[in-house]
Design a protein around this ligand. Structure first.
Ligand code: HEC
Length: 106
């Protein structure tokens, strides 16, 4: 009984890790940011801020679930709600844009 609980727990944790790791910034995302903005941005920090600030009121949104034009409207509203500084909001948006662009390219 105890043993099967451990197995279940392990499966749950493994599921969680593999799920979130698909959202973690990849090297192609960094390359997209460099070519899109003409400079590198710390999208690893953008990702951490995204997880910390965008999953409190609702589940974490998938960047590619929304078009660029929807993000352009929704993001300014949500950054107000999450009270991100200009600098941090910029990193979160760069993360979301790169994740969304690459997911849609596949
Ligand atoms: C204080 C609560 C709160 C925080 C923090 C928050 N949201 Fe939201 N979010 C909402 C509410 C409420 C809605 C639904 C109503 C609306 O669109 O205003 C929503 C809706 C959304 C939607 C769906 C919009 C649509 O049109 O379907 C997205 C995408 C989203 N949020 C992204 C984010 C992101 C990204 C962040 C972090 C920067 C964030 N949210 C932080 C409260 C929050």
């Amino acid at each position: 009984m105890i043993r099967s609980l451990y197995v279940l727990l392990f499966a749950a944790i493994a599921g969680l890790v593999s799920c979130t790791s698909t959202l973690r910034p990849t090297e192609p995302q960094h390359a997209w940011v460099r070519s899109h903005y003409g400079t590198d941005k710390d999208i690893d920090k953008g990702y951490t801020l995204f997880i910390a600030n965008c999953s409190g009121c609702h589940s974490l949104p998938r960047p590619s679930a929304y078009s660029d034009s929807t993000w352009a409207v929704v993001f300014p509203e949500m950054r107000e709600k999450s009270k991100l500084s200009d600098h941090d909001a910029d990193l979160v948006l760069a993360y979301i844009s790169s994740a969304s662009a690459l997911a849609k390219a596949h």
